[in-house]
Design a protein around this ligand. Structure first.
Ligand SMILES: *Cc1c(COP(=O)(O)O)cnc(C)c1O
Length: 223
């Protein structure tokens, strides 16, 4: 193994240990939490060492960027791919073709486009409804008040709804927002909770996250 590979493996082991510790504190099992390595902006040379170290789940925020680098990597070794960034309805078909999970379902037009793409592809990626949990302007996700209607629309359209996703406001304590998202998921009987990033994934795990999305802590800064 090269130095780069060893460093990547060490960072991955550290994150996995911290997830296991946080899960243990909350009386949960580490296996209940899926670590998604967010590889946006990083090239195949940065991603390959993590795959070699056993990481089996990756996330991207742009369909086009993912289409450029993942087919070759997937041909070497299949891993699970998550789309965590905002999705335009006219990219729904490409997204369904490439990704195993889509974390940014947040509006009726996108729900309809995804339902059509899923029917056509005969492939059913897990769908997370993204909630604008801090009610911020210009942030993806449906308003909290709209969640019941969006959820019903997605389920009526036949989307495989796995849970809820959120990105809390920056630079404030994330825990209350994680707790609120967990409460909403429970209220609607949804098992999946996609929350927690490099700076707060342990808090998210303690509050019930089933999917944490970690980029910087695994890959280093995006520059
Ligand atoms: C980039 C990104 C992440 C990872 O952020 P880090 O702070 O680098 O861990 C997680 N979720 C979403 C939606 C992102 O766009």
């Amino acid at each position: 193994m090269s130095d780069i590979d060893t460093a990547a493996a060490a960072r991955l082991a550290d994150i996995n240990a911290r997830i296991a510790h946080a899960a243990g504190l909350a009386g949960r099992k580490a296996g209940e939490v899926e670590l998604i390595a967010i590889s946006k902006t990083h090239d195949a040379a940065a991603i390959a060492p993590l795959i070699a170290a056993g990481q089996a789940s990756f996330g991207e925020n742009r369909v086009q960027e993912a289409e450029g680098k993942w087919p070759a990597l997937l041909a070497e070794k299949p891993v699970k791919l998550h789309l965590v960034g905002q999705l335009q309805s006219n990219k729904a078909r490409e997204a369904v073709a490439l990704f195993d999970a889509i974390h940014s379902v947040d509006r009726p037009s996108l729900i309809d486009a995804l339902a059509k793409a899923i029917d056509a592809a005969g492939k059913r990626p897990d769908c997370f409804i993204q909630v604008n949990i801090g009610e911020e302007d210009q942030k993806g996700g449906c308003a909290i008040a709209d969640l019941p209607a969006i959820l019903k629309r997605a389920q009526d359209a036949g989307l495989p709804v796995a849970g809820l996703m959120a990105v809390p406001p920056l630079d404030v304590e994330a825990a209350p927002y994680f707790a609120l998202l967990a409460k909403l998921a429970k209220r609607h009987g949804l098992a999946g909770l996609s929350m927690g990033m490099s700076t707060d994934f342990e808090t998210a795990v303690m509050l019930g996250a089933t999917h944490v999305r970690v980029g910087t802590a695994l890959f280093g800064s995006r520059g």
